[in-house]
Each structure stands twice: as structure tokens, then as C-alpha cells.
Design a protein around this ligand. Sequence first.
Ligand code: 5AD
Ligand code: SF4
Length: 464
Amino acid sequence: MPEKAIDSQTYIEYVKRINDSRISPPLAHIHNYGCQLNVSDGEKMKGQLMKMGFGFTDSAENADLVLFNTCAVREGAQERVLGNLGFLKHYKELNKNMIIGIGGCMTQQSQVAEKIKQSYRFVDLVFGTGSISKLPQMIYDVYNGRKCCEHTENDLSLNEGIEQVRDSAFKASVPIMYGCNNFCTYCIVPYVRGRERSRSPRLIIDEVTKLVDSGYKEIMLLGQNVNSYGNDLEDENTTFPQLLRMINDIPGEFIIRFMSSHPKDATPELIDAIIECPKAAKHLHLPVQSGSNEILDKMNRRYTVQKYLETVDYARSKISDFSFTTDIIVGFPNESNEDFEKTLDIMRTVRYDNIYSFIYSVREGTKAALIEDRTPHSEKQERMQRLLELQREISTQSYKRFEGRVLDVLVDSTGRSGEGSLTGKSNEFVIVNFSGDRSLIGNFVKVKITKAHNWALDGELVED
Ligand code: 5AD
Ligand code: SF4
């Protein structure tokens, strides 16, 4: 066993001994902000805490240990964390023994870690994304009266071998790679998550096999750009389409999803693999960001609208209503009204089933942060409203294609109307609401679609 693993294990035992000596187990609360990769990291933190003898609570107020697993991708997420830290300060005044830790992407930025250390002195541990395996040691140190700050400028970790406590019993996220090499000019991710590191295909296949064997029905493969999976693997050269086919060959009933896919690397081989693998969802999340070639160039996205549309056309030549979703940034510095109109144009052309849209947020340290932006914020907000309105029209129209069809749905939970109502996601990642017994949660069912709205579909359960 490598020395580091022994160390971590020893600290786990030290902390467990202390926790076990208490009358009742101390309670931990983890709050995840941001993307699914963060949620997956949070599950690893939970796995370690469980081994150290912690119980868990949904309430930060009642917790003995609170960990904020933060996101840095937009200013708003960062402000929410700092705002919620104010509440923690108050809770800690009531419970002096409360331990407070801040981890994740925000604290991976040294200036932010420094600010928290200086201005939020009630925080006991500050740690970056590459330091999850050091959590036992850090908690041990805090138990011994020492404050901790652990983050590395360049996150090189794969966080391999850390047991996870998963939030769901039927949907699992499996990171296949970490980091990003693309340096889109607006994006902080390459600075906080470091360069691309792919996990070994063997370890990924083993993990998915175990998950499927224990009843998981949805496997979500995660990476900042899954299409560059394998580029850095020296002796186990595997591309993402190959990995998809290998996972599809694992026996069992499950659906494979993945995100995100960079359009510059979305090849016909990728589309072919999706279409030829029965277990792969017939849906591609392909973040376009903008419909203007000038803006795409300033964003350093390295594709044009024409190249993007070729990928869409190729998929639709095979499945005429192949489902696409996307991310769009509104108001990149000096985006003109003309540029924005081009974004609306590409939305009309592709007819996305869903879009995730964000007003541009300045991230210190990125190239775009240096551009003097002349577009007023109020104009960006107006553009956002227009974009959302258009998307509502598009989804209303395009969801109608499902009316009368029978869709395979993985049941997620009870629906908004309470007992007797269920909600799930179709293969195309569209929300489907219908009536049924809660024992169906976590299973695939067939639902006949009766009505399309602009955000979801209504349907009726079809008996097999
Ligand atoms: N401002 C606004 N949105 C951003 N995203 C990434 N960085 C920024 C930023 N600085 C969006 C992109 C990306 C998604 C995960 O977050 O659309 O695809
Ligand atoms: Fe950020 Fe671009 Fe990398 Fe996505 S591909 S994480 S937007 S730099």
C-alpha cells in the first residue's frame, strides 16, 4: 500500500477513536454547491466521515462539523457561500465546539483561501479539491487545537480509492476525468481543477460494474470535457467513444449519461457510439455558449457555428429528433445585439430540449476579466429575458413531438402533487409527470405521453 494511504487510514482510526469515546456520534453536515463533480466529491467526503465515526444531519445548525463544498464558476455561487458563512458564525456562537470547514473550487484559489483565513477567523479548516484525502488528518489536527489550510495551486489528484457514500440508491455519478486544458477565456475551471487527468478505464469499468450489480439504474459519467478522455493515458489508450462501448457491454439494465462534451471534439465516432449503444441515452448536452463566431473566437472555443451545426445535423441524419441541450452565456464582454441575435438564431435552428443559460460573470484571473466591458448589465438582463422566452416557445413546440408516444422513464421521486404522483426523466432527459405508486421509484417504467408543457410532459403509466 502506498505510504499516503496508510497515513490517511491511521488518521481515520485516530479520529474514530475520539468520536467513539463520545456518548453519541458527532454529526456532520455537508453542503454542496455547484456542479455534479462537486456532488461526487461531497460523496467522497461523506465516505471518509462515515469511516471516522460521524453521523449525518441535514441541518447545519445541529451539526458538530459543517463542511461547505464550494463552487467558483460564477460570482453568484461564491457570494452565496460567503453569505451562508455568516449563518455559520452565528451557529458557532451558540455551539463553541462546532467545526467549520470550507473546501472545493472556491478555496482552490489562493486569494480566496487567504481571504477566508483572514476575514472569517471562525473557520477551522480550508481545503482545496486536491486535498479530500487529507480530510482525516485535518480533522485530527483541528481536534488537537490546530487550524488547517490545505490547498495546492495545481490540483493533480485523482482521489482514487476513497469510498463514497452515495446520495441516491439508483443514480450514480462516476467521474472519468478531472481538470480541463481548454482555457475558455471566461472560465475559472482550468485554474482551479488543474490539467486533464483521465482515470484508468479498468477502474471505471470495475466501478460501474459494481454499481450496476448493486442495483444502480443510471450511470452519469462526468468530466469537464469527456471528449478528451484518454488523451493523457499512456499505456491504456482508450477514447471516450470506446469507453462508452465498453460500459455499454456491462451486463444489466441501466442507462448511461455523460457530461459535458466540448463541441470542438464532438466527432461522428461519438455520435455513432451513442446511437449504436442501446444503453446510452439518445441525448447530447453540447454547450454552445454563443451563436456568434466572433464571440466564440473571443471565448477561445475553437469551433464555429457551422462546425457545431454539422455535429447536430449528423446526429439528426441518424435520429431525426435527436435531443440536444446546451449551456449559453449571455453578455460576454461587448457582446453586441447582433451577436446576441445569432445566439437566438442557433437556438431556433437546433431546437434544444432545454438550455442552461447564465449571465456572464467576471472571474478574476481569466483572460476575459481583462476586457473592458461596455455592455450595461441591464441590457444583459433584458437579453436573458428574451432568450428564456424564446426557449419556452421552442420547448412548447418541440415537446409536442412526444404526445401519444410511449417513453421509457426512470422514476426519480414523488411528484409535486404529493402522494400518488411520480416524476422521472425520459431517455432524452425530459421531465415526465404521471400517477403511480411510490414503490416504482428507482425503476424503469413505460409512460404514454398525454400532454406536453414547456418544462415537462404529463403521461399515464403503461402496464407491461
Ligand atoms: N460566467 C457565466 N457563465 C459561466 N460558465 C462558465 N464560466 C462562466 C462565467 N464566467 C457557464 C458555461 C459553462 C457552465 C458550466 O457554466 O456556460 O458551460
Ligand atoms: Fe471551462 Fe471551457 Fe474547460 Fe468547460 S471546456 S471547463 S467552459 S475552460
